[in-house]
Design a protein around this ligand. Structure first.
Ligand SMILES: Cc1cc2nc3c(=O)[nH]c(=O)nc-3n(C[C@H](O)[C@H](O)[C@H](O)COP(=O)(O)OP(=O)(O)OC[C@H]3O[C@@H](n4cnc5c(N)ncnc54)[C@H](O)[C@@H]3O)c2cc1C
Length: 463
């Protein structure tokens, strides 16, 4: 990605929401507007703590390589401070255990991408990005201030009505308003109420539940693995086990309908036995628990196609989960928000003309592979209902064989991971050199059967 010099587009931009998407958007807007104001409903502390407006921050968050690159580009030097600060930093492939679809990928080979890779906790990452953003003189963050409504003049959004805690409503005029208020963002409804067509919505019901707990392991309880990811597989729950700052770990269990993890501590531990490898489970049994299990239910992946709406007001952009919210089990949300911020930067660089339309098209285009991967991956699971056209079934059958080959073949494993980390297109898996390796490996060996996991009944699921 190239560093681009921006021309000034306008005097004032207002960003609604100071989570990952809002902060990254504000960073690129700071190069194109004289001043940027970020509005956030929560009270923000100068700490890396979870907060009410981002409840998902209590659960493990993977930062993909694509997202890491954007953070590095927008905040040069920030990543280098992570490791000294205690952020989990991976230098060698065997520090990651990745088992998608029931196949533990080979970790015996050299990284082709620059190392290290970082796995900060979600609250830490947001806090550090927020702090770095606010070093810019033309960015102001107003916390404990909520969006009430958008302001418009004819077909142009001219600002927002906001309300600070305990104060009267006030109008903020702006040349550009960016909605980064997350999944529950109301822009689509607001447009409909103002007589614009609501954006068509693409939706896949996944109904997954997250349950997480923090714990402190005995020193040396786990081998070299700092990040363990057990990906989705038909008929089984999934989960992640990440080392985090302050010498603790976070265990996040994830299940589709019928496999929702429980919040009862004993049941949580039993459930973990059906997810984690034995070595990790031994470390967990011996660990000190630091908190009670917390749950988060996520119903559906949703993509709002503003790029397909014929008539839109000018002066309004939507970014992050408000535009596209992916099944979080694929760890894509922060990285796709980052890719959208880069899309915004590139569109701003081309000037103000038809900015909104160009942005929506570019943002969807640059995150389309992520959407296809998440939706395609979910439709490979019988737990998820949805249309499965023949090409999708064939692709998923082939991916099963790729994963089988990737158990022993580092080259295949590395290519598959690059696709998952959003730094290589899925077509690398269909190149003749990969196909040959996949076919050879699948001729050689058959996969050992995996023991079944008992499906939970409805009462157990909600515990
Ligand atoms: C359980 C779970 C696990 C996840 N795991 C991962 C992962 O592993 N990797 C990954 O990359 N992504 C993950 N995600 C997704 C990731 O959290 C989001 O994609 C990311 O936070 C970007 O979201 P956002 O900034 O668009 O919105 P949000 O993070 O939802 O933030 C919206 C912000 O807007 C503020 N706000 C809302 N309404 C108003 C208002 N009226 N006025 C003012 N402010 C307002 C909120 O307080 C909040 O700060 C996960 C999500 C969930 C639910």
């Amino acid at each position: 990605m190239s560093t681009q010099r921006q021309t000034t587009i306008g005097e004032h931009a207002v960003v609604l929401g100071a989570s990952m998407a809002g902060l990254l958007a504000a960073r690129v807007l700071a190069d194109a507007f004289t001043r940027v104001t970020v509005i956030e409903r929560d009270a923000l502390q100068d700490t890396a703590d979870p907060r009410q407006g981002v409840p998902q921050g209590r659960h493990a968050h993977g930062l993909l390589v694509a997202g890491t690159r954007v953070v590095d580009e927008l905040f040069p030097g920030l990543l280098e401070t992570f490791e000294p600060d205690g952020v989990t930093t991976l230098h060698e492939p065997d520090e990651l255990s990745f088992a998608p679809g029931g196949h533990k990928l080979c970790s015996d080979g050299p990284y082709e991408r620059p190392t290290p890779s970082y796995q900060p906790s979600r609250p830490y990452l947001e806090w550090r990005i927020r702090t770095a953003l606010l070093e810019r003189a033309n960015v102001e963050l107003v916390d404990r201030c909520k969006l009430v409504n958008l302001e418009r003049d004819g077909d142009c959004v001219t600002g927002a009505t906001v309300q600070r805690a305990g104060a009267e409503e006030e109008r903020l005029s702006a040349d550009l308003v960016v909605d980064a208020t997350g999944r529950t963002g109301r822009t689509a409804k607001w447009l409909a109420a103002m007589g614009y067509a609501a954006p068509p919505e693409e939706r896949l019901e996944v109904d997954i539940r997250y349950v997480s707990r923090h714990l402190r392991l005995r020193p040396g309880a786990l081998g070299r693995e700092k990040v363990i990811i057990v990906g989705a597989e038909p008929g089984r729950p999934t989960g992640t086990f990440f080392a985090a700052e302050d010498d603790h770990h976070i265990l996040t269990l994830i299940g589709y309908k019928g496999f929702h993890p429980p919040t009862d501590p004993d049941a949580f531990l039993r459930f973990a036995e059906g997810v984690l490898p034995d070595s990790a489970m031994a470390a967990v049994r011996d660990a000190e628990w630091l908190d009670d299990p917390v749950a988060h239910r996520y119903r559906a992946s949703v993509r709002r196609r503003y790029d397909r709406v014929k008539r839109l007001p000018t002066g309004l952009i939507v970014i992050g989960d408000a535009l596209c919210s992916f099944n979080p089990a694929y760890g894509q949300g922060m990285s796709t928000a980052a890719l959208q911020a880069i899309a915004l930067r590139d569109c701003l660089a081309a000037g103000p003309r038809k900015l909104e339309r160009r942005y929506f098209k570019t943002a969807i285009k640059r995150t389309d592979i992520a959407w296809q991967l998440a939706v395609g991956g979910d439709l490979a699971l019988p737990e998820v209902e949805g249309p499965r056209p023949l090409p999708a079934r064939l692709a998923n059958a082939y991916i099963g064989r790729v994963l089988r080959a990737a158990e022993d073949d580092w080259a295949v494993a590395e290519r598959f991971m690059q696709v998952c980390w959003l730094v290589a297109p899925p077509t690398v898996l269909f190149r003749p050199s990969t196909v040959r390796r996949v076919l050879r490996a699948n001729r050689r060996r058959r996969r050992a059967p995996v023991p079944a996991v008992r499906r939970l009944d409805a009462a157990e699921e909600t515990r």
